[in-house]
Design a protein around this ligand. Structure first.
Ligand SMILES: Cc1cc2nc3c(=O)[nH]c(=O)nc-3n(C[C@H](O)[C@H](O)[C@H](O)COP(=O)(O)O)c2cc1C
Length: 353
């Protein structure tokens, strides 16, 4: 297999750019269009609200996921251990960043191994799906899962990002068949995930037919990877091309509903631009089972206490949103009434279409 020494330095660039530059999408998540109908007399007590559920056989204490970000450098290892330690304390799930660097450079495996601080969490491995068209096999997917003792494998889909990388891997033709083979043979549930432009209804249906267990919509409204790549690009023409995609993508709120329509039998993970627990609660009312955040956790990853405090805030926001909609558990929150704000007011419908 061709080794690619630039993978680790690209990941280092990504962290630096995400921390130092404005990489926010020009698209809004769409969640701002929705509002819960407030319940003035909830028939339950705040402390009885149940935020727990089981995902891929692991109990999670709150529907919050630390989205896939990093690995492969000493700084990435520190970030992974900080986030994983906080996830363990709070009982929430976490995805690791793409493990391609560790598949190709075994000495980097340790930078992804967080079970030493997080033995009990829902932990998801991560590889770029397109690598399956560049000599990666089911066996490589299994190695990614085994090296971190993961509960599931995320295959990320990032055609636009690859197209904007001078060294990008853009051969996507025939990929779905390879994803299907991984789903059949890898031995753990597979999650199909975008990286910030969303997944359409038709594509959700095709992914469901390929055998994935969950879809992480990673919609538009948060970190824009065309912006991140724009800051890396040396060539001014290509940089302008990247800048033109700042308002590209399916807003997260729309992507969740598309995924529910296209793949109603699968779990839907919501992510892309979520900033607090109320956003996550809205995503759940739109049909997701949990909400992921990447950028916000990266910015908090200075120390474990900081990350735990932020998780606690988000958890409390979800709990209070559930209380103030009369939702005793996450199934009831999925049924909670949302109204959609139209320009000049609300349309008063019970659920968005
Ligand atoms: C520094 C950084 C690195 C990322 N690396 C990966 C990755 O390796 N694999 C992946 O699936 N997504 C990756 N993502 C994308 C996130 O998981 C997420 O889908 C996206 O950033 C949108 O979420 P946000 O708006 O909360 O940041 C990365 C995000 C950040 C901020």
């Amino acid at each position: 297999m061709a080794k690619s020494p630039q993978v680790s330095s690209r990941k280092a660039d990504h962290i630096k750019i995400n921390l130092e530059q404005d990489v926010k999408s020009a698209v809004r998540t769409g969640l701002e269009r929705y509002r819960f109908i407030h319940e003035a007399v909830p028939d339950l007590n705040l402390e009885d609200v149940d935020l727990t559920q089981e995902i891929f056989g692991k109990k999670v204490q709150a529907p919050i996921l630390i989205s896939s970000m990093t690995g492969g450098t000493p700084e990435a290892e520190r970030i992974n251990l900080t986030l994983a330690g906080a996830a363990q304390q709070a009982g929430i799930g976490m995805g690791l960043g793409s493990q391609r660097a560790a598949i190709e450079h075994p000495e980097l495996v340790r930078t992804f191994q967080v079970r030493r601080v997080a033995p009990d969490i829902l932990l998801l491995a991560n590889l770029g799906a397109v690598q399956l068209n560049y000599q990666y096999s089911v066996e490589d997917c299994r190695r990614a899962v085994d090296m971190i003792e993961a509960d599931g494998l995320i295959l990320h889909l990032n055609p636009l990002q690859e197209a904007l990388q001078p060294e990008g891997d853009t051969h996507f033709m025939g990929l779905l068949g390879k994803i299907e083979q991984v789903c059949r043979q890898v031995g753990v549930p597979v999650v199909a995930k975008e990286v910030g432009w969303g997944i359409s209804e038709a594509t959700a249906r095709r992914l469901a037919n390929a055998g994935v267990s969950a879809i992480d919509v990673a919609g538009a409204g948060g970190t824009s990877w065309s912006q991140v790549e724009m800051y890396r690009i040396q060539d001014e023409h290509l940089a302008r091309v990247a800048a033109a995609f700042r308002d590209w993508g399916i807003p997260t709120a729309d992507a969740i509903q598309m995924a529910r329509r296209g793949a109603p039998g699968l779990l839907t993970f919501a992510s892309g631009g979520l900033v607090n627990g109320i956003d996550i609660a809205k995503c759940i009312a739109l049909g997701a089972c949990m909400g992921g955040m990447a950028g916000p956790f990266l910015r908090a990853a200075a120390d474990i206490e900081n990350v735990v405090a932020i998780i606690e805030e988000i958890r409390l926001e979800i709990q209070i949103a559930m209380f103030a909609t009369g939702s005793a558990n996450l199934q009831q929150l999925q049924q909670a009434a949302l109204v959609k704000d139209e320009i000049g007011g609300t349309d008063g419908s019970r659920k968005p279409d």
